[in-house]
Every structure is written in C-alpha cells, then in structure tokens.
Design a protein around this ligand. Sequence first.
Ligand code: PEP
Length: 244
Amino acid sequence: MRRKMAAGNWKMNGTQVSLAELAAMQGMSKGTVEVLICPPATLIYAGAGLKTGIAIGAQDCHVAEGGAHTGDISAPMLADAGATYVITGHSERRQDHGETDADVLAKTEAAWAAGLKVILCIGESLEQREDGSTLDVLAAQLKGSVPEGSTGANLVIAYEPIWAIGTGKVPSTQQITEVHRFLRTELASRFGDEVAGAMRLLYGGSVKASNAAEIFAVADVDGALVGGASLKAADFMPIVSALN
Ligand code: PEP
C-alpha cells in the first residue's frame, strides 16, 4: 500500500514569520498521509527544529558534495540542516536555470548519496500538450532523468504540467488518469511491477481545496505537490484532509 503524500513547495517565499504557518501544520502528517513542506533553504534548519512531525525538504541541490560553487547548496548540507527530501527537476529550475534531464538525474543521485529522498518533477508545456506529444515528452523525461536504482522508498514522481503551475488551470480528470496510468506502466516496464507499484505518483499544478478531492479520486494519483496553496496552513489543511 502506497502512503499518500501532500507535499508543499514554498518556492522563493517565506521568512522567519512563515515558520508560524509551519507550526500551525503540526499534526497534519499522520497514519496513511505523509506531509512534506519544502521551504526556501533559509528556513530548513529552523523548520526542522520545530519538530512538527512534518517532513522538511529542499527545492534543489547541487550535484557535488562541496567545493567552489558560489551560491549553491549540496545535498549533504541540506541533510545536515534537517531536510529529508529534495525536489529535483521542477519546471522552474528546468526553465530558469537550464537544467536538463541529465542534470536532474545527477542531482537525484547526489541526493540519494546524502540519504535524502527525492521528489522528481516532470511535465509537458502547453505547446506539447496541444501538439499531442505529452506522453512522448514524459517518457523521454522519465528515461533521461530517473536513475537506475529508483525505488518506492527513495523516489516520488510528480507529474506537473507546466501550463497548470500557478495558472489556476487544471487538466481534466481524464487527462490526469491517462498520464498517471502511463507513468505507472512506463516505470513498471523499466523497474518491474513491484517497484513501480510501490512508487508514489503525485499530481501538481493549481491544486487547491476545491479541486483536491476530485484529483485524489483518480487512480494512480497518490497525492499532490502543491505550490501556492501550501503557503498558509489554512489553505493546505483541507488539501491534506482530502487525502484521508
Ligand atoms: C508547483 O510549483 O510545484 C506547483 C504545483 O505550484 P501551484 O500549486 O501554485 O500551481
């Protein structure tokens, strides 16, 4: 049985006062639902120190363990600060920083080496959705960015259509169903039924309280990666509750 997951990506939002929101989320992670918040790196240590029971993750890591990489943060540093997860391959990293599938693969392996679990994001652009190449794009991203050695314990895949992120647009349940079924099948053909069956597949893109239950009812959706609606405990709570 796959444990459900509600993961929040705060992106470049949040200062010390935002820790009150994290504190207010105390107790949300329980039983069959795992809750994760990925605040900006500046809040990881303090966030983990709150001991809310909510897992704390990072939004990116460097591939190297350390060295001359001004401004970057390595996976062992994130683990040292109290992170247990890291997001790799978010479309904003792919777009804003030119990260390729090969980069995402290398970062994922670096995260594992530091003992971190990974939420690896894939997703098509609006142009790709409209020209009918969505499944080909996703297959290529899986092939290029998901490392050998992936398991249900070290990897979560997040399907995030780029056109749905922060736009208020959400794919139809049929579209989400088609993609998640496809991802599970692709993973099974590469890693076998057992591994693919244990791997959590999150949907991400404009998830909010009003649409969460409908999305979570889709087969092969094991939870969500949530941006804007994870910043406030009052907005995130009903999404987490919809997973129960
Ligand atoms: C995201 O950035 O991962 C995301 C899903 O954002 P939002 O929920 O705001 O669309």
